[in-house]
Design a protein around this ligand. Structure first.
Ligand code: NAD
Length: 331
């Protein structure tokens, strides 16, 4: 799989120049375009962003617009938006004419530190989220942290949940930065954001490059996601992804504590960091209501689940745990 070139701190004019450099179809989040107009001549498809944009109908819209514009194999699809537009446009790029060049301009914190790197694309079906997709890494990711300024607070916090996951599970330097620069990160200080993104991306890229198809080490990126996905599904998508993951991180710390994979001092520091960012170990829905969603986890195998447990500051491991042990802990 081709590696992705990630450029951090790219000015808007450089993004516009990249779009102008070759034939392109720009697929952009309508809200982003409103807040950050682009001066481009390339064909532009504006799509209402967010989860509802990840449909087969939206995919058809993108593909038919590309065909209508006469895009050939030399075309580049450019996604300007969060993870939703990125997942949709990336999927479209992977199947149009059996695959065309793909460039991402992520505009949410979550897309910058998570979804724009790693190559996963998807749309949803009425039967479930991300059920149709491909691995199609962007050749180029252009990040301008200035986009983050207009994100709503819930969307920003959702991205922070993922940043905390990487700090706790993969990167001690990121953990330290998040502890040290809390106030600056919370007020979206551009310098603190750039430093946070640099460390988070280094950690994510190292894991993804070692396991492009998610057969091994990449599973570590699922820290906090066993309970996080179950909470999202239980709440029918009402809980932002990163907030659900942050609650899942508390749960993973409890499991790690119970199984002795992490020292009490390190676990305490992790819990304190989550709390410092406003992610408390809030009461969970009843275990009986959550259990079916936990059991449906894509990592379920042989009556158990591959769960990621923290083992220290910035480190984690995958453990296969019986489903009953997880449900018992939920109680
Ligand atoms: N491919 C992957 O590896 C991967 C990883 C994580 C998540 N995802 C997917 O990403 C999606 C979530 O993406 P997301 O959290 O980035 O949000 P999003 O793309 O769903 O956007 C959320 C909201 O923020 C708005 N928005 C986006 N950028 C903005 C900006 N700069 N200013 C103001 N508003 C802005 C959008 O219009 C939308 O209303 C989910 O579908 C999830 O499945 C994919």
């Amino acid at each position: 799989m081709a590696a992705t070139a990630v450029h951090l701190g790219v000015a808007r004019s450089a993004i516009e120049a990249e779009i102008a450099a070759r034939p392109a179809l720009v697929i952009a989040d309508a809200r982003v375009l409103g807040a950050h107009p682009l001066r481009i001549e390339a064909p532009l498809l504006s799509i209402e962003g967010g989860e509802p944009s990840k449909t087969l109908a939206a995919l058809e819209r993108v593909l038919r617009r590309a065909a209508g514009e006469g895009c050939d194999r030399q075309a580049t699809f450019v996604a300007v938006g969060g993870g939703s537009i990125g997942d949709l446009a990336g999927f479209a790029a992977s199947v149009y004419l059996r695959g065309v060049r793909y460039v991402q301009v992520p505009t949410t914190l979550l897309a910058m530190l998570d979804s724009s790197v790693g190559g996963k694309t998807a749309v949803n079906l009425p039967e479930g989220k991300n059920l149709v997709g491909t691995f199609w890494p962007a050749q180029l990711v252009l990040m301008d942290p200035a986009f983050v300024a207009t994100l709503s607070e819930p969307e920003y916090r959702s991205g922070l949940g993922e940043a905390l996951k990487i700090g706790i599970g993969l990167s001690a330097p990121l953990f330290d930065l998040l502890e040290r620069e809390r106030a600056a990160v919370l007020r979206r200080d551009p310098g603190a954001l750039a430093a946070m993104l640099e460390l988070a991306l280094a950690a994510k890229i190292a894991v993804v490059e070692s396991d492009p198809r998610e057969n091994g080490p990449r599973r570590l990126l699922n820290l906090g996601h066993t309970l996080g996905h179950a909470l999202e599904a239980h709440g029918a998508g009402a809980l932002p992804h990163g907030v659900a993951v942050a609650r899942g991180l508390h749960f993973a710390l409890e499991l790690a504590n119970e199984r002795g994979t992490i020292a009490a001092g390190a676990a305490g520091r992790c819990r304190a960091l989550l709390a410092a960012y406003g992610f408390a170990a809030t009461p969970l829905p009843p275990a009986a209501a959550l259990a079916p969603f936990v059991a449906r986890d894509k990592k379920a195998q042989d009556g158990g689940l591959h769960v990621v447990l923290p083992t220290g500051i910035g480190s984690s491991q995958t453990c296969h745990l019986p489903l009953e042990a997880i449900i018992a802990r939920l109680r």
